[in-house]
Design a protein around this ligand. Structure first.
Ligand code: OOG
Ligand code: NI
Length: 472
């Protein structure tokens, strides 16, 4: 018997990402306008900054730029989280990282589903920030029980999606036709439903507890709440948004503007007021709910544990120096404080590399290739990466950050929930609970970056016919 030809999960992820974008464009037309603005700014940056363009060409990132986007969903139960993990596995996406948002007053904890290998990321870098509501943080027992009952009764996956997940797990893959069906069926989970699962009064009770609780519990499914394209210059997009009728939040989350971007900078525009029908309402008597918003991001270098510790320290210092949360009134002051603090973070790739602050990918240069061909066997001594870099035989490019930032995520949540939505849940981080609900451990993102970096060094060693020691 011949083995059936399975469609690659990477191909399916690319299709799913496109289908999601098409659906969201129809649901939220402003998203289409935002994509157009991001496209304009990206073309301008590529035309005006040849060094940026050259670096993106060398790493191959240029090919994924237009496909690049992340979405976010909020789930209500362990069943939903564990099943979404299985659903995303069909699309080659694994849970990476643990984010605790409770310390920022949002009763969820989260992970990011994404591809983990650089080749897979190159085919489709689609990611989904996935949060699980922590019902145990609702202190009104009757309301908590009611929310639990509602969530236990809903089924956010179609029967066909569930059976195709089982088939994928049983047989190790899906045929191209089944893959096509799977993409269509999986999309249904993320669709917006105007019909709520609760009455207007129940909605209000949930909403009064926390707006986010209403968003998760009162609806038929975990509607995708934003889809974020990647820009090469977030300051330009932020400045261009009002001209397109889009009102951005006051401050850009993450590090300040730099010559060599690090981690992730994000901004968003306010959630839309949507018409919804509660169970005790009929057409014509609609309620409203704010769920969905728009966001853009600029991605920079992935930082090592040391670089990340420096980032966290400088960010905390900036926020502490600012009395209160960054908002409309103190946006200017906050950006200035951020700029001052971050002058301590070297904005030079050579220094970032030498100080072990960021991850890089290494590539053999044309010179290196020529020298290698001439030198033949004589180079087969234990080479040292640093001397190859200094000789110009190997060059390095920063490895792009593929993940999220908890403080930024909290800022995005807050700006869309309204500034009054903060609650004090203390710090009750519980990764073990999250992983129990997920039915798996989350992958440590730093390990993934180190592996990609190491593979690029091994590739250089092979091409040059030398041995190179591992960096870390
Ligand atoms: C997720 C907010 C976090 C990001 O990019 O950090 C996020 C949500 O609002 O559900 O998407
Ligand atoms: Ni986001």
């Amino acid at each position: 018997m011949s083995t059936p030809a399975f469609v690659s999960p990477d191909t399916l992820r690319g299709r799913f990402s496109r289908a999601m974008s098409d659906m969201y464009k129809q649901e939220v037309p402003l998203y289409g306008d935002l994509l157009a603005l991001v496209g304009e700014v990206n073309s301008k940056v590529l035309a005006e900054q040849p060094a940026v363009a050259a670096s993106l060409h060398r790493t191959g990132e240029i090919e994924r730029l237009d496909m690049e986007r992340h979405g976010a969903i909020r789930l209500g139960s362990a069943y939903e989280l564990a099943t979404i993990r299985r659903l995303f596995a069909v699309l080659g996406m694994q849970p990476v990282g643990y984010y605790d948002l409770t310390s920022a007053g949002v009763p969820v904890h989260s992970t990011a589903f994404r591809a983990v290998h650089e080749h897979a990321l190159q085919t489709s870098p689609f990611r989904v920030f996935t949060s699980l509501l922590r019902l145990e943080l609702i202190d009104n027992p009757a309301l908590r029980q009611r929310a639990q009952t509602i969530l236990d009764q809903r089924q956010i996956f179609t029967p066909l999606a569930l059976s195709l997940i089982e088939q994928f797990e049983r047989e190790g893959g899906l045929s191209p036709a089944d893959g096509e069906t799977f993409v269509e069926q999986a999309l249904e989970t993320f669709r917006w439903h105007r019909e709520a699962t609760v009455s207007a009064t129940e909605y209000q009770a949930l909403h009064d507890e926390h707006r986010l609780i209403a968003d998760v519990v009162a609806f038929k499914g975990p509607h995708i709440n934003h889809l974020t394209p990647r820009t090469l210059d977030i300051d330009q997009v932020q400045a261009g948004m009002p001209g397109k009728g889009i009102a951005p939040k006051a401050v850009i989350e993450g590090p300040p503007t730099r010559r060599h971007p690090i981690l992730l900078r994000q901004t968003s525009f306010k959630a839309l007021q949507e018409h919804v029908a509660f169970t005790d309402q009929h057409e014509g008597a609609m309620g409203s709910h704010t769920a969905r918003f728009g966001e853009i991001e600029q991605r920079g270098a992935a930082l090592t544990a040391k670089g990340r510790a420096l980032y966290d320290r400088l960010l905390n210092a900036s926020r502490q120096a600012l009395a209160g949360f960054p908002a409309e009134g103190n946006a200017h002051e906050y950006m200035a404080l951020l700029g001052e603090q971050f002058s301590e973070f070297p904005d030079d790739l050579m220094q970032m590399r030498e100080q072990g602050l960021a991850f890089f990918r290494y590539f053999v240069t044309d010179e290196g290739r020529e020298a290698g061909a001439f030198a033949g066997k004589t180079r087969s001594h234990k080479g040292d990466l640093q001397s190859l870099v200094e000789a110009g035989h190997v060059r390095f490019e920063p490895l792009v950050y593929e993940d999220f930032l908890p403080v930024s995520a909290a800022g995005i949540f807050q700006s869309n929930l309204g500034d009054h939505a903060q609650a004090d849940y203390g710090t009750q981080s519980n990764q073990a609970d999250f992983e129990r609900a997920l039915g798996a451990k989350v992958i440590d993102e730093l390990g993934l970056y180190a592996e990609t970096e190491q593979r690029s060094i091994e590739q250089c060693a092979r091409e040059l016919g030398v041995e190179l020691q591992a960096l870390r």
